[in-house]
Design a protein around this ligand. Structure first.
Ligand code: AHM
Ligand code: MG
Length: 330
């Protein structure tokens, strides 16, 4: 019970356990899995916080499967998540934005029923200049009846099949946000006690918000409808906010409302963002908070992925703002 009108002190673990109790078939497996994710993000956060002091700034000299320069902290974050989740018995398959191939951790017969997809350090090219970065994750269940060797067939499920998704933003404070299809909940890391403490329960995205977030420097190569929308938004006195770090732009949009767009461009005809590691989890969160997400043609969560590292255009944010963009683009 709350003390003198103050909200109860709830950690992310106790919140998950509490919510799980509402599901009669819950085994506790899931909270075990999520505690692996929170542990990993605490380790990553400690590296991010000390980045200028210990030698983790800059590039490794390698190029990843996406054709991007790998940052040292990308590697650290990726390894940390693999180490933290890899030994939890219920994780069967893991796939990372940074790795060409998925990691098969355990066979399904051994009770390894979950698949974890993640972007270990989104926005990492911004880290040298102290801009917010994040970790994004998506959790799927292994489907029965799929050939055990056809790993990609297990992973390539549409976003509606996600059992949970979330992100951590490493910023002026470190915030963990997650959904299991039962609203969006946020926790702030208390560095003194090393625990994520509940700070916002059942987050609702404002229905409207006069802010658009897009890399407008690419405007000349956007589809014509997107360009017309941007012209309209200026006449309607919208503000532009663009960090260039997806988790930061999404976090602001979730709390303040508005719309984030990454449309197709000449250089990235399918858009830049990844369906499995970025668009699906953030779209699940957006919808759970009352917002919407589309690729311009259809709901992101209904897209059936064709490949592991597939990219997609993304329009995500307040429901009426997404609808407004779509009225120009579709
Ligand atoms: P990454 O750091 O995982 O490669 O993510 C891509 C980043 C996103 O965080 C951000 O939204 C986008 O790239 C910015 O792209 P651009 O610089 O083209 O605007
Ligand atoms: Mg990313």
């Amino acid at each position: 019970m709350a003390h003198k009108g103050r909200p109860p002190l709830v950690t992310v673990q106790s919140h998950i356990l509490e919510r799980q109790r509402a599901h009669p078939l819950a085994t506790g497996d899931f909270s075990w899995l999520l505690s692996g994710i929170t542990l990993a993000t605490k380790v990553i956060e400690s590296q991010v916080r000390r980045a200028g002091i210990v030698d983790v700034y800059g590039e490794t000299g390698d190029v990843n499967v996406q054709g991007e320069l790998v940052q040292k902290l990308d590697v650290i974050a990726n390894e940390t998540i693999l180490r933290s989740l890899g030994y939890r018995g219920n994780v069967g398959i893991m796939a990372s934005e940074e790795d060409d191939e998925p990691h098969i951790i355990k066979e399904a017969e051994d009770g390894a029923k979950y698949i974890v997809l993640f972007d270990p350090l989104d926005g990492s090219s911004n880290i040298d200049v102290n801009i917010s970065v994040g970790t994004i994750f998506s959790i799927l269940r292994r489907k029965p009846g799929i050939d055990r060797n056809a790993v990609n067939d297990h992973i390539l499920q549409p976003g509606v099949e996600q059992v949970a998704a979330g992100y951590v933003i490493y910023s002026s404070s470190t915030v963990f946000a997650y959904t299991t299809g039962d609203g969006v909940h946020m926790f702030t890391l208390d560095p003194l006690i090393g625990a994520y403490v509940l700070t916002r329960e059942d987050v609702r995205m404002p229905e409207k918000g006069k802010t658009y977030s897009v890399n407008e420097a690419y405007c000349r190569s956007f589809p014509e409808g997107t360009r017309r929308y941007l012209d309209w938004a200026k006449t309607a006195d919208y503000k532009l906010r663009y960090v260039g770090s997806l988790v930061a732009d999404f976090h602001r949009t979730l709390l303040r409302g508005g719309v984030f767009l990454y449309p197709p461009t000449d250089d990235a005809p399918e858009g830049k963002l990844r369906l499995l590691y970025e668009a699906n989890p953030l779209s699940f969160l957006a919808e759970q908070a009352g917002g919407a997400a589309s690729d311009g043609q259809r709901r992101i969560l209904e897209k059936v992925p064709k490949s592991l590292h597939q990219r997609t255009p993304l329009i995500v944010g307040s429901k009426s703002e997404v609808d407004r963009v779509l009225s120009f683009t579709s």
